[in-house]
Design a protein around this ligand. Structure first.
Ligand code: ZN
Length: 326
């Protein structure tokens, strides 16, 4: 009996070791050629998730896949940790804590992020355009997975019933039907499922995409949209501002970033503590997102990068329209 336990422990220990090694594979394309660099978790995340207020650092590694360009961190948040980060997302308490570490994150800035009408409109017309061009069958039931208030539904593309499934439980906009649980969503046949600006936040990508997939069938159109950004040369205004204000020690590299992107990138890859782990834990390239979705049995019909303009400047987006393999 005792020996059995020892052997079981040994096997568990080997499995754990293998698991760790597996984590070194690219989470998007599973390639093993990963470059890693030491960095830390941002001060804001350290307090919000781990309750650290004494300035102690949480070391993590940033991973860059040499095959598909996907960038992520080795420290993946547990479900509970994700909950701590995202419950009360952008509330007053969230904003105040974040401003403690990131001076630019004022009340006004926080409001602007949640009420970027200009950006929303630009994204809406982009999505309308893509759907009108590529989807020629009638859509009876649409789902916005993780869609907050359902504000991403395009105006010019007809969808009979517009559902939203979001764990935040917020009251959706007029005309949008909120689904309180995943099981409830399972009872509906969806012709169209979209998932916007979510994948970049998800710790367990494989499990998450299986959940999204589980609500569709071989006739369902899936639309995924993520920012096309990189911690090595940030494109989104939010990250640019964050870097400017919070990483003051890196000012010289920042200067190079803006002027000599390539040199800045090389320095950034070498510099410790540069690309700190924040809310975006995954950075896709169009190729990485394609590889990731294909690995999960999706057939890609459309994959494009577009730039939209919003209150906070221009944003670069990856849009993918796909279906499950027959
Ligand atoms: Zn990869």
């Amino acid at each position: 009996m005792k020996n059995e336990r020892v052997i079981t422990n040994e096997i568990n220990s080997i499995n754990n070791t293998l698991d760790l090694e597996k984590k070194n594979n690219c989470l998007a394309c599973k390639n093993e050629k990963i470059i890693s660099r030491d960095t830390i978790v941002t001060g804001f995340l350290s307090e919000r998730i781990f309750g650290i207020t004494d300035g102690s650092l949480i070391p993590v590694k940033i991973y860059y896949c040499t095959n598909c360009g996907f960038t992520s961190y080795d420290r993946r948040l547990s479900e509970n940790e994700e909950k701590k980060l995202y419950s009360g997302y952008r509330s007053e308490e969230y904003q105040l804590m974040r401003q403690k570490y990131e001076e630019f994150y004022t009340k006004d800035f926080n409001y602007l992020l949640g009420h970027d009408e200009k950006g929303l409109q630009a994204k809406e017309s982009l999505l309308s355009e893509i759907l009108i061009k590529h989807i020629h069958n009638h859509i009876y039931n649409g789902l916005d997975y993780g869609g907050d208030l359902g504000q991403r539904y395009p105006q010019n593309f007809p969808i009979d019933n517009k559902y939203v499934y979001d764990i935040s439980g917020v009251k959706p906009l007029e005309g949008i039907i909120s689904l309180a649980s995943y099981d409830m969503a399972k009872t509906i046949d969806f012709d169209f499922i979209m998932c916007n600006h979510t994948l970049e936040h998800i710790a367990d990508l494989d499990s998450f995409i299986e959940l999204v997939k589980g609500l569709g069938n071989i006739n369902t159109w899936f639309y995924f949209e993520v920012p096309f950004d990189s911690p090595f040369y940030p494109w989104s205004p939010e990250k640019r501002i964050r870097n400017q204000f919070t990483l003051q020690l890196q000012r010289m590299k920042r200067y190079l970033y803006l002027r000599l992107e390539k040199v800045g990138t090389i320095l950034a890859k070498r510099g410790h503590y540069f690309c700190q782990m924040h809310e975006h834990v995954n950075f896709f390239t169009p190729y990485a997102l394609k590889e990731f979705l294909e690995r999960h049995d999706f057939k890609i019909y459309f994959n494009e990068v577009n730039i939209t303009d919003g209150n906070l400047g221009k944003v670069r987006l990856i849009s993918i329209l796909c279906k499950l393999n027959q």
